[in-house]
Ligand binder design. Structure first.
Ligand SMILES: [Zn+2]
Ligand SMILES: [Zn+2]
Length: 239
């Protein structure tokens, strides 16, 4: 299914059109318990704002607090426009986030930073850390090769692991807004060389489709020798 993630049990990243199917397949992660939602950007495979209307009292009477959404201006404007078509008002609180500033998001510290994904809107990747402290975990979807400014920023951080998008798989697609398998390996090497990411830190790949040209097993055969784990729907990890 299309890419999203759940961090710390209460914080969801992105709300793709598959959200209802994901909730049915993984009932141990009920949507009703989500307190915070982070949006990376407004592309349709990550952003289905009309689903938010099902948080309204008629559909989710058990919800006691509004959903806190952390997002860009573009995403906020889209939600405001879509919400005019909702059956009834949904309990949403929205807060615009700025890159390279840190926010307390439930059980996590979250630091958005600039992805390099689309010329038409600001796109974000995130660093996530336990509020009790410790190294951060990089959530890198969607993005192409980071700009120099972003590499400089990441060189100042200490990471305990990463998930990167691998939207291009092994294709030679020249599109610069996604990463291929070899580019993901280069991202990993660069993070090691800058001292941000220890050599033995977990490194996951996500955001696959037919355009990457390989199915899961075949991609795993190529990614494993490079020290990268090919994620799959429902994958749960403790980092
Ligand atoms: Zn995208
Ligand atoms: Zn995407």
């Amino acid at each position: 299914m299309r890419t999203s993630a759940l961090a710390g049990g209460l914080v969801r990243i992105d709300l793709p059109p598959d959200t209802l199917a994901q909730t049915h397949r993984y009932p141990e992660q009920p949507l009703a318990e989500i307190e915070h939602l982070l949006f990376t950007h407004s592309h349709d495979d990550h952003f289905a704002p009309r689903e938010l209307q099902y948080l309204s009292p008629n559909f989710a009477p058990q919800r006691t607090k509004p959903l806190q959404i952390w997002l860009t201006e573009e995403c906020r404007d889209r939600i405001c426009a879509e919400s005019r078509r909702f059956f009834e008002k949904a309990p949403l609180k929205m807060r615009i986030v700025e890159p390279e500033r840190t926010y307390r998001v439930g059980p996590l510290w979250v630091t958005p930073f600039a992805a390099n994904h689309s010329p038409s809107e600001r796109c974000l990747n995130f660093l996530l850390a336990d509020v009790m402290g410790g190294e951060e975990f990089l959530y890198g979807s969607d993005t192409g090769w980071y700009t120099g400014t972003t590499w400089d920023f990441l060189a100042t951080r200490r990471l305990r692991g990463a998930v990167m998008e691998c939207g291009k798989g092994i294709s030679e697609n020249p599109y610069a807004g996604h990463l291929s398998l070899s580019e993901c390996a280069a991202v990993k090497t660069r993070l090691h060389q800058s001292g941000s990411l220890p050599a033995n830190a977990p490194f996951f790949l996500t955001h696959f489709s037919h355009t990457g040209l390989l199915l899961h097993d075949a991609l795993t055969e190529r990614a494993a020798p490079l020290g990268m784990t090919v994620a799959h729907d429902g994958l749960e990890v403790e980092v």
